[in-house]
Design a protein around this ligand. Structure first.
Ligand code: UD1
Length: 339
């Protein structure tokens, strides 16, 4: 019997890629999304890649009655929760929007988990480590006080899951801490679709290259790093999606070593902003208009993962090179522009 996985926020950037990998690995997938921060492009792309129309429930996870109906209608074996707001700056300007939405929606899922004994996978973030004292970060590295309400919701949701797993029979949980997901599906049918001016580096780069933005600002070139620009662990979106398939299988096949587990999902390879820009130019054979600008408030100097635990326990490893990933991101941007 095929198992069924619910993907909340399945029409978004990460959710759509995860949906494809799950379906291709043989799971039934139910997508639920309220389209508050995306349109149908990725949903349509997912269906095109898979050659089938996946079940789509248009709903808001803050609506407890709607969540109850969803879980009554479908027999869900595991739930992956992506449906959340994700703009750091906006969360600082409007914390109640973030606390209201990101916490309430997850609590409604956990209520169903308590009632039905569910496997829950939460999409967490390397942001929980703050500015690490030691690099690379392992899952044992201390979490640091969040610097934004967005980051705080990630920490709080991790704790909600941990506590529910400890308290309620049959509830199991995995939190995946993503480093910096970038790129797009090799088909160029799904990818990142930021609304308005992108906050994240790669969509800003591709929009600058296509001419939608005039110039990329590199935030800070006086950091204590080899070239003065910040270092991150950029992880290919398809590699990242595959980690979810491994984590879901681990939960559903009874392979977890503890009922609540945490894994870093990264490459283990630090890449600076300057290195990323140069790699983008080289692999796509173009020149990017960029300038150095002051540091962006809230940015950490450097963070990258020690992914050993995920490598060994999930049997997962990041495979794509940063060049391949940047080529995919560029192919997606060109496709969007009809080029
Ligand atoms: C950010 C969030 C993080 C979130 C992640 C989601 C902050 C502090 N952190 O990570 O919580 O989980 O996005 O993907 O916002 N940069 C530029 N110019 C730009 C944009 C970015 O130089 O126009 C630089 C940044 O200074 C940073 C790097 O590029 O050094 C990556 O930035 P970004 O893509 O926004 O990711 P993070 O800030 O690492």
């Amino acid at each position: 019997m095929k198992k069924t996985v619910l993907v909340s926020g399945g029409a978004g950037f990460i959710g759509s890629h995860v949906t494809v990998e799950l379906a291709q690995a043989g799971y039934n997938v139910v997508i639920a999304d309220n389209f508050s921060n995306c349109d149908r492009t990725n949903y349509n792309g997912v269906c095109e890649i898979l050659g089938e129309k996946l079940p789509l429930v248009e709903m808001d996870f803050c609506d407890a009655a709607a969540v109850e109906r969803l879980f009554s209608e479908y027999k869900i074996d595991a739930c992956i929760h992506f449906a959340a707001y994700k703009a750091v700056g906006e969360s600082v300007a409007d914390p109640l929007k973030y606390y209201g939405n990101n916490l309430k929606s997850f609590l409604n899922i956990l209520e169903q988990a308590r009632k039905r004994g569910l496997n829950v996978l939460f999409s967490s973030s390397a942001t929980v480590y703050g500015e690490p004292e030691k690099l690379p970060v392992t899952e044992q590295s201390p979490r640091q006080e969040a610097t934004s309400p967005y980051g705080n919701t990630k920490q709080m949701c991790e704790d909600f899951l941990r506590d529910c797993v400890a308290a309620y029979d049959g509830v199991k949980g995995i939190a995946l801490r993503y480093f910096n997901p970038i790129g797009a599906h090799p088909s160029a049918l799904i990818g990142e679709l930021p609304r308005g001016v992108p906050n994240n580096l790669v969509p800003f780069i591709t929009q600058t290259a296509i001419g939608k933005r005039e110039c990329l600002s590199i935030f800070g070139n006086d950091y204590p790093t080899p070239d003065g620009t910040c270092q991150r662990d950029y992880i290919d979106i398809v590699d990242l999606a595959k980690a979810h398939v491994c984590a879901v299988a681990r939960m559903l096949d009874g392979k977890m070593k503890k009922p609540y587990e945490i894994f870093n999902i990264g490459t283990g390879r630090p890449v600076s902003v300057m290195e990323l820009v140069t790699a983008f130019e080289k692999v796509n054979n173009l020149k990017l208009n960029y300038k150095f600008a002051p540091r962006r408030a809230g940015d950490v100097t450097a963070i990258w993962a020690d992914p050993t635990l995920a490598n060994e326990e999930l049997g997962w490893k990041a495979e794509r090179s940063v060049e391949d990933t940047l080529a995919a991101a560029w192919a997606w941007e060109k496709k969007l522009a009809g080029k």
